[in-house]
Design a protein around this ligand. Sequence first.
Ligand SMILES: [Zn+2]
Length: 645
Amino acid sequence: MKKTVWMTLACLFILNQSVSAALSKHIVDYRIKARLVPEEKAVAASETLTWLNDSKVSISELQFHLYLNAFKNNRSTFMKESGHLSRDFKKDKENWGYNEIRKIGIKDGVDLTAAIEYIQPDDGNKDDQTVMRISLPEPVPPQEKITLEIEFYAKLPKVIARSGFFNDFFMVAQWYPKTGVLQDGKWNCHQYHRSSEFFADFGVYEVEITVPREYVVGATGKRIKEVDNSNGTKTYIHYQEDIHDFAWTACPDFVEFHELYTLENPPVKTEIILLVHRSHLKLKDRYLSSLKNAIEFYSQNYGAYPYPTVTLVDPPLKGLAAGGMEYPTLFTTFGASFLPKGLLLSEMVTIHEFGHNYWYGMVASNEFEEAWLDEGLNSYSEIKAMARYYGEDQSMIKMGPLKISDLDLSRLQVMATAQLDPIVKNSWEFYSGGSYATNTYQKAALTLLTLENYLGQNVMAKIMRTYFERWKFKHPTTEDFIAVAEDVSGHDLDWFFDQFLWSPDKLDYAIGALRSEEVKEQEGIFNGQFKTSEEKKEKDKEKVFKNEVNIVRKGELIFPQEILIIFENGEKIREKWDGRTRWKRFVYYRPYKLESACVDPEHKVVVDVNYMNNSRHLKPNKISPLKWTLELMLDFQKILTLISL
Ligand SMILES: [Zn+2]
């Protein structure tokens, strides 16, 4: 009896341990059996999905994303918004992709296949089948679960927007019926758009992947089993909790590398898996070292990387449309083996995509509605990580005398893009893909760096860490980020965020006219006496100059400014200005002239779109080499914008 009690207690303890060990609330539980059919460029699969109604109301319908239907024809919302598919894509039936639900029903119960409906909550486009609705015969009460069994066929498109195949390379992403997110009793389940990413609930994934034996497979989560089947195929089973998506890849030309990565403080132990395409093997060491840098940077700055694996996938050159994309514990990088070594694109993409394990993976905001919370926070982190590991001024390019930082490139991107949208906006409602990218990535990152320079590095570090700690494994919004920033800094920051996040305006402060004019001796009638400067000339009195510095606010955004004024004799004055009015004038009487003036001399306000007008000399300088360097950088920046991350 005693033994039984003891064992029961032990079991309860173990059960309690496993419950408290869950990092997230498990809303979904996916058990998927998938078989790659290379000759059909498709995956045939069955899915058992258990979904928890975590709301306070009964739910009588389920909504699912069927993302691959974006590539089904040229009338889907994705395709209509894209409008630039190559002819090559259109001419072959094999190039299109789709999700076909062959059967869906309640486990051991009603068949619901006939209840499938396609809805278009964003634009009413009846040709779009990227959101599926199923009405349930009985509602799911609050805190109850429902288990469905689904058979589906995922025809992969020729690689486009992160997913698909090229020859025998397969990037199987956004490939299975995935529930939307129930919020306040309503489904948040957007259609797949050209400029939008994803949003899903946390849970458990166990995915069984069967491929022809010669294929090398990489997948989200930890490999828990590997079986060599008698029919020339292999089956790999991957399992991971506390994630909200699952992607995998297969290609016979991957070369696989494994390395155990450990960090003492904070404690991290994770298995690095590199799947490097045979044609890019020379990039292997660069991938490995930048990935280690990334794990260290994010773990030290935000919190220890908690997952047992991280998998880097290096797509072949012609599969690069799948490159630079994040999934939980797995990401695709950019195999820029054709670019010069001094261009650190592979490092930057590796760091950026790993970083999404934090901003997207664990802190899982709604990427459809507030993409900046993933891309902006992650670009901010990436710029800092690149500066730390590759040098402040050369973190993107170091080729002989040419040095350009990741920060410089972000500034150039913002400079080169018309200010038509704010940072916070539904992803698909931006003026263009370029406007979406510039605002949610670069302008958001520059905004956060400007805030960091304003509040101080320590305060900003604490804000980011607290935000991660408070919101990991949840779905925070912009308001939640602002609340943490105000909480930690102790400042009311509405004046800052209201302007920078919700207005499309730009920030640009400039030095206006500089003047140094000699103050004339008294001339004319003063107190009834006629005076002329001629009389005093002999006295050879010391000259006095009226020195005038004008600062102009050329943009709508208002931000406090520091101004450095330097006089001919070396005297320096620092002024502060709240930046509110359209212009501000400082006047100094000195026996010497001005030399120069500079607004924001340390370039703390990195979101200022034009540094060229930030300083001015009284005597115009000779031609500045800065001008042609900038021209060169702008050309280079155009090349980079072709790559989206
Ligand atoms: Zn990103």
